[in-house]
Ligand binder design. Structure first.
Ligand code: ATP
Ligand code: MG
Ligand code: MG
Ligand code: MG
Length: 484
């Protein structure tokens, strides 16, 4: 089954169960002071749960573009290093707004996975919330009882608040959840260790695929829980993980969601992807094909890279990709923008924004790449000078202030400075650097609290730029017009 077919089957199934199918909301949130990006499918329905808005239908299903790079859900450090966490991913979801509850949610999920997709039952485990005394929350006995009717009891695992009580952020709707995990190991591996021990334990072949959240509470700003006006269902299934399962692969990156992008990187860099977990080149390729998706979708939704707020997060993701490919793939020239066409080819039919904005997306990325590569080149000259100066002064540690300035003012990646210094037998003052970094973070936190995010409405981009990063946005658009 291709990834397109897998996505469609999900939507068709829930349509057949009377769900209204809606498009994904933008990946970048425009007017939400509590959240920068959609980090789950429920984000766009938050107000339905809170009772601020009337749901458009009692049952809804969709695939949502998600980004987990900041706040409560931040997976950035895992990306590239494991095979199943991405910055940007699709979350397939079905919702009930005061309509069906636990029983049907469990029955739908089970039927879809085992009968429609045909996943062998003996490869699945489920978890339920064990309760939490400190918050006066009981064990989820109802969920346990419903699961017991479809799966043997020894496959139902108790889970703690960290894994089995879902919260969008520091505040907002939340509730106990029940997760479905898949064991993709070979029979020999399974014979060695029981899968029950590996659930929620960072095993690359025993992974969580679907989370069924039973929304019953709202976490208030003061941290306390209050009951929501009604009971709801909110589920989220990792699309790329489902594809891995159904395509018989052992890594999300081996599915057709990623293979066309990897093939293009191989072609452009002349490096071969071997899928090894610790290999620096393979990590770099995973980082690149992951990050290009995050950045492309964000730009297509109107979020240009910039120096503050969500735009800065996007810029840093892109720079991380450039930095990895510069260091480990020997890519010294702009090339990431060439991946946009591949992404467009593969996902443009389902996500029309990518189709429409593809040209702008690749222009913006190209221009970012060129300018950051220049930064890297001039940074290299500065580092070299700093090293000579340090050596001539008979010292072993680079001056902290200058190292931080390179990073902060010039945007030169600190890990590059570190590596180059080490090659010359020098070090950087890690403690001092950390301190400078945390001081800077405090400053920018105070800063961004007062700023409006720089959001650009692409449809009306002629006149409607908002936000303080206006000049930059206009530069892009001027360039964009030129190429047109
Ligand atoms: P994990 O424990 O693997 O980090 P999670 O419990 O944080 O996942 P949920 O918040 O429950 O994830 O999100 C619902 C589903 O979305 C998960 O079951 C998983 O399949 C998928 N998912 C979550 N985070 C990612 C990610 N970073 N990349 C890809 N898929 C993800
Ligand atoms: Mg997680
Ligand atoms: Mg989890
Ligand atoms: Mg989960």
């Amino acid at each position: 089954m291709t990834s397109q077919e897998i996505r469609q089957k999900f939507l068709d199934y829930f349509k057949s169960k009377d769900h209204l199918i809606v498009p994904s909301a933008p990946i970048v949130l425009k007017d939400d002071p509590t959240l920068m990006f959609s980090n789950s499918g429920m984000t766009q329905f938050k107000d339905f749960f809170l009772g601020y808005k009337t749901p458009t239908a009692p049952r809804i299903a969709d695939t949502q573009k998600c980004l987990r790079v900041s706040g409560k859900h931040n997976d950035l450090d895992d990306v590239g290093r494991d095979t199943y966490h991405h910055t940007m991913f699709e979350m397939l979801g079905n919702w009930s707004f005061g309509d069906y509850f636990k029983k049907d949610a469990i029955a739908f999920a089970w039927e879809l996975l085992t009968e429609v997709y045909g996943i062998p039952k003996e490869n699945l485990y489920v978890t339920i919330f064990e309760g939490d005394a400190s918050e006066n929350l009981d064990r989820d006995q109802d969920a346990y009882d419903y699961w017991k009717s479809v799966i043997s009891e020894d496959r139902i695992i108790n889970g703690n608040k960290k894994d089995n009580f879902w919260e969008m952020g520091a505040s907002g709707p939340c509730g106990p959840c029940s997760e479905i995990h898949i064991d993709l190991r070979t029979p020999e591996e399974k014979a060695k260790v029981s899968g029950l021990e590996l659930v929620n334990n960072d095993h690359p072949q025993v992974v969580e695929v679907w989370n069924l959240v039973f929304m019953e509470f709202n976490r208030k700003a003061d941290g306390s829980l209050e009951k929501l006006p009604a009971q709801h269902v909110d589920t989220g299934m990792g699309f790329e993980r489902l594809c891995m399962t159904l395509q018989g692969k052992s890594s999300n990156y081996d599915t057709d969601v990623f293979t066309p992008l990897i093939a293009k990187v191989e072609e452009l860099s002349g490096k071969k992807y071997t899928g090894i977990l610790e290999d620096e080149k393979d990590i770099a390729i995973r980082v690149v094909v992951d990050h290009i998706r995050a950045v492309s979708f964000a730009i297509a939704d109107g979020q240009l890279p910039s120096n503050g707020g969500a735009g800065y997060v996007i810029r840093r993701i892109l720079r991380r990709g450039i930095s990895y490919s510069y260091r480990f793939l020997d890519m010294k020239e702009a090339f990431l923008y060439k991946l946009v066409a591949v992404l467009q080819e593969q996902m443009g039919a389902f996500f029309p924004e990518l189709e429409k904005q593809g040209k702008l997306v690749s222009e913006v990325i190209k221009s970012e790449e060129e300018s950051f590569l220049r930064t890297i080149e001039t940074g290299l000259i500065r580092v070299e000078k700093l090293i000579q100066q340090t050596i001539s002064e008979g010292k072993k540690v680079l001056p902290t202030q200058e190292v931080f300035e390179l990073y902060d003012t010039y945007g030169f990646p600190d890990d590059l400075t570190r590596i180059i210094a080490e090659e010359k037998g020098l070090t950087i003052d890690e403690e001092g650097f950390k301190l400078a970094l945390s001081e800077q973070k405090q400053r920018s936190k105070a800063d961004s609290a007062q700023k409006v995010y720089d959001w650009v409405t692409l449809e009306e981009r002629e006149e409607n730029f908002v936000g303080y990063d206006q000049i930059e946005a206009e530069t892009y658009i001027t360039r964009y017009r030129k190429v047109e």
